[in-house]
Structure formats: structure tokens, C-alpha cells
Write a protein of this length. Structure first.
Length: 145
């Protein structure tokens, strides 16, 4: 695993299975047991990392680095507006956007230690909403079904 020192701001510069380190040298553990976890900002950070990793793993580093600046809004904004992200991906990739969205959702669920069901037929927006809800439930210390 290589360290990318060319990232700026809050871009991820190192990632492993349990944690990631951001350029500001602030360490954020993705283990959801932590009491200091801020659901909204942490979800946005994990969403951004998942989008970049999903695009990178599917299309390659160069395409990911080319695409992200072309998007109409920031990845942080898309964390709150997944329908708009879906529309923008469809603009560039047509039906191929569905494959990219599945890869992004798998990355997101993995980072949040959530089970991604095989044969998942839920749309992107629903999956993002479920991940956000599960994160909020874990933050409160229990998962009420």
C-alpha cells in the first residue's frame, strides 16, 4: 500500500481495513464503537472515500481523478443528495452508472462494517439511506429493528 502525498485538504492519503488517515493528520477510526463519532460529517467522509475507491477500483485512478472534478457538486454534497449523484453518474455513464453505484455501495458498506446482501436489488439512493440510518443507530449504541 503506497502513501499518496499529493492529496489536498481532507482527501484520503492512506487507507487500510480498519481505519484511514486524512491529510490534516487527524486519525479517524471507522470502528463504529467510538462515542465521539459525528454521524453527519463522518458519514460524508466515509461516503467520499467510498466513491473514490469504488470509481478507482472499477475505472482506474486516472479516470477517478478526471471524473471527480467534473461532477456538478462536491462529494460531500452528494452524501446528502444521493439522487443528484445518481443523475450525474448517469449523465456520464448511462446504464453503466448502475454498476459504478453498486461498487460504491459495496465500498461504503464495507467501510461501515455493514452486511451487503448478495443479489441486492435496492437502488442507490435507498442503499445510501440505509447505510446512513444504520450508522445513526450504531452511534446511539443500539440497533432497534
Amino acid at each position: 500500500m503506497s502513501l499518496n502525498l499529493s492529496c489536498t485538504g481532507n482527501e484520503i492519503v492512506k487507507r487500510d481495513w480498519n481505519s484511514f488517515c486524512i491529510n490534516s493528520l487527524e486519525h479517524v477510526n471507522t470502528s463504529l464503537d467510538e462515542k465521539w463519532l459525528d454521524v453527519k460529517s463522518d458519514f460524508a467522509s466515509v461516503f467520499q472515500a467510498s466513491v473514490k475507491d469504488g470509481l478507482r477500483n472499477t475505472l482506474g485512478e486516472i479516470v477517478m481523478l478526471t471524473l471527480v472534478p467534473l461532477l456538478k457538486q462536491s462529494l460531500q454534497t452528494y452524501a446528502e443528495k444521493p439522487t443528484e449523484f445518481h443523475r450525474d453518474l448517469q449523465f456520464y455513464f448511462g446504464f453503466g452508472a448502475l454498476t459504478l453505484e453498486r461498487m460504491i455501495v459495496k465500498e461504503l458498506f464495507q467501510k461501515l462494517n455493514l452486511h451487503y446482501p448478495a443479489g441486492n436489488e435496492l437502488d442507490f439512493e435507498t442503499c445510501i439511506g440505509l447505510a446512513r440510518k444504520d450508522l445513526a443507530l450504531l452511534k446511539r449504541g443500539g440497533s432497534h429493528n
